[in-house]
Design a protein around this ligand. Sequence first.
Ligand code: B16
Ligand code: MG
Length: 219
Amino acid sequence: MKKKKGFIFDLDGVIVDTAKYHYLAWKQIADSLNIEFTHEHNELLKGVSRVRSLDIILDLGKIEASQAQKDQWLVQKNDEYLSYLVDMDQTEILPGVLDVLNFLKENNQGIALGSASKNARPILEKTGILSYFDAIVDGNDVSNAKPDPEVFLIAAQQLQVEPIHAFVFEDSVAGVQAANIGNMTSIGIGEQSVLHEAHHNFKDFTFISEDFLNELINK
Ligand code: B16
Ligand code: MG
């Protein structure tokens, strides 16, 4: 009998387009410090923890700050980010995601979340998709950030699948690297030029066919 597989979804930029809200919230901090912060710079922050993201921005501006000051900016950034999530609902789920989740559920596959975000659960609740997930591993559960594979390894373990039977949907370079280092199959969601290290690449979930999913399930 073929073994059940594990499908691990990153959150920001994969299930929901919250990357734009992270960007706006960080941009407000960067602007207040006169640090140039473009969409290109924002790529460096995708999949990266909140604390590390601030350090990257401060490095861009060659700014040093005390821990107390950093803590204040981290709270300010998260408050601003959360303000964008207040009215969030199912309409913010990215195109094609629900079709893939439904197909995997109908085929009794393991489904997990593997996100660096500490705001993951409220986002899944607000968008009404919490019940799809057999396991949820987020920024509250890990001590090592992507590209360390910890978040995905815990997710696979909770789904009770071996890493080689796990497939990771990721929009960030660090996340694709984490899946690869963890000996999993990485599926890049976004620009192939950015995510060229991924085993497979799709612009978005509408390009993922049932045939492709069946291939993974039957692997
Ligand atoms: P939070 P993912 C990541 O989520 C984001 O890509 C990244 O930009 C963000 O800094 C990180 O979560 C932490 O998020 O501030 O909400 O704890 O892409 O791994 O789902
Ligand atoms: Mg992401």
